[in-house]
Design a protein around this ligand. Structure first.
Ligand code: GLN
Length: 527
């Protein structure tokens, strides 16, 4: 196993995750099998209970792991599936070391950050890398390890120490360190290397040396700037890679490829560069001949909360030569004029009361005005509530999550008595059986599908018959659990209890998204 460790300098939000995922894509294009590990140096066990408005989307993995959104980037760019073992946090490391200590596993020893915490980190990185297999049973030859945060943060110190030890243990041919840094422009438009020099110095103080430096900037990086970085930071000039902000994140691998990243990195890893298979680029590069506008009704003001939905719309749009412009509409502030301008309405997942009345009104608008609608998770549940209120006739219909009323949506029976909130929802992959006559079965081209889940509530079985008698059909089920619904007399009114966005890939867009974008596009053409 060879390791490519990616660290960040100067500041967060540089696109380190996209850079790391793009490196993975380049290595796959050269014929290698690649997996990844993301390190998040916070004390939470996982991202499940973190506010997405602060931390970004919680990405749900097939085994139900609730992970950092970067795991989503890896799955999309590398076209792989990961598990909870691929997201390390300080919380996971310390809780396991402390429970081993109580168990007596270190009997006699004084348990310390070095070696006990650092050994735990190394063991877990190696375990995740070595135990991973792809869908064809191949093991990885290369593991990308992305260290969250910025070099110099107190939180990431034990992880960087573990990385230093790994470098020593593995030696040069099996280890490469890629340092992603910022090249800001001064008022004259010249790129400045000083912050990079300082962050490389911070790395050195920890006993780490960068093999490759990726300079993020909004402007092209000149050869003289590269030479300067090379001489100050002890890396070959070819190992200074420019990563100029790209108009589309999926273009970043190609940009890095052009900069010679693959050759430099594979040389460092003592691997043959081979010839790049660039078919991935042609699969994702599409020409747009149409443009639709989709409204996402949300209570959050931050787009990063729904990054997988944004990407899934993009994936479907590319397939259909349709550029999807997204209007983020505040669930508490939008007006019906805002809705009238849209080609389609998307109601995403979420938790809690705030904004739900606005989302329900938007669903009613979509149903009555025959606007294409896609509802996901909470969006699915609110479609049921809207139908119960305005068609079936239960004016006080709501979800048990939201308070008193007729509970069209009720707590899952197995959630009864669950006290700990972390990691206890119905999470990850579950199978769904689709009605062969449904639109979804047609779009998936299958009646047995697997999708990812993250919920505590479900359609109350007591009302299913009444709802279906009025024309809303539950076309996807897992036993007695309702998983997907459709309305027949509507161009596209589809909602799912599951989250199809998490399995969407640029090369394999998600079926419900394809149907949604296609209907928006076709209706717009007719107008
Ligand atoms: N809050 C709802 C539930 O727990 C929906 C969850 C979601 O949208 N992810 O069932």
């Amino acid at each position: 196993m060879k390791y490519v460790v990616v660290t960040g300098g100067v500041m967060s939000g540089l696109g380190k995750g996209i850079t790391a995922a793009s490196i993975g894509r380049i290595l796959i294009n050269r014929g290698y099998h690649v997996t990844s590990v993301k390190i998040d140096p916070y004390l939470n066990i996982d991202a499940g209970l973190m506010n997405p408005a602060q931390h970004g989307e919680v990405f749900v993995l097939k085994d139900g792991g609730e992970a950092d959104l970067d795991l989503g980037n890896y799955e999309r760019f590398l076209d792989i599936e990961l598990t909870r073992d691929h997201n390390l946090t300080t919380g996971k490391i310390y809780s396991s070391v402390i429970s081993k200590e109580r168990h007596g596993d270190y009997l006699g020893a004084t348990v310390q950050i070095i070696p006990h915490i650092t050994d735990e980190i190394k063991d877990r990185i190696k375990h995740a890398a070595e135990s991973w297999v792809d869908k064809d049973g191949n093991h990885a030859e290369i593991c990308i390890v992305e260290v969250g945060g910025t070099v110099g943060d107190i939180e990431s110190m034990p992880f960087l120490e573990a990385v230093r030890q790994m470098h020593w243990e593995y030696g040069n041919g099996d280890f490469a360190l890629v340092h992603v840094t910022l090249l800001p422009a001064d008022t004259m438009g010249d790129l400045k290397t000083k912050p990079t020099q300082h962050s490389v110095k911070a790395l050195r103080e920890l006993g780490l040396e960068a093999d490759i430096i990726v300079g993020r900037s909004n402007l092209p990086v000149s050869l003289s700037t590269k030479r300067k970085i090379s001489s100050f930071c002890d890396v070959d000039v070819h190992a200074v890679i420019s990563a100029q902000t790209a108009p589309d994140t999926y273009l970043v691998p190609m940009e890095l490829e052009k900069e010679g990243m693959a050759e430099v990195l594979l040389k460092q890893l003592h691997l043959e560069p081979g010839k790049a298979d660039n078919s991935w680029y042609s699969l994702i590069a599409r020409e747009y001949t149409n443009r639709i506008t989709v409204g996402i009704i949300t209570k959050y003001g931050v787009e990063d909360v729904y990054i997988s939905i944004k990407e899934a719309l993009k994936h479907a749009g590319r397939l259909l030569s349709t550029e999807v412009a997204i209007h983020w509409l505040d669930a508490e502030l939008y007006t019906n004029e805002d809705l009238a301008d849209l080609d389609g309405i998307l109601i995403p997942g979420g938790f809690g009361n705030r904004g739900i009345e606005g989302m329900i009104s938007a669903i009613q608008y979509a149903r009555e005005h025959k606007k294409p609608l896609l509802g996901l998770c909470l969006g699915f549940q609110l479609c049921v509530i809207e139908f119960m209120r305005n068609v079936v006739g239960y004016k006080d219909a709501t979800s048990e999550e939201m308070g008193a009323g007729t509970h069209a949506i009720a707590l899952l029976p197995e959630q009864e008595g669950v006290e700990d909130l972390g990691g206890t929802m119905r999470l990850g992959d579950y199978s769904v059986t689709l009605d062969p006559a449904s639109r979804l079965a047609d779009l998936y081209g299958a009646t047995e599908i697997i999708e990812r889940h993250r919920h505590r509530y479900e359609v109350n079985p007591a009302y299913i018959d009444e709802i279906e008698a009025k024309g809303m059909k539950f076309v996807g089920r897992n036993g007695r659990r309702m998983e997907a619904l459709e309305l027949a007399d509507h161009p596209y009114f589809v909602a799912t209890q599951f989250h199809p966005e998490f399995r969407s890939r640029p090369t394999r867009p998600s079926a419900p998204f394809i149907g949604f974008v296609k209907t928006c596009r076709d209706l717009q053409r007719k107008e």
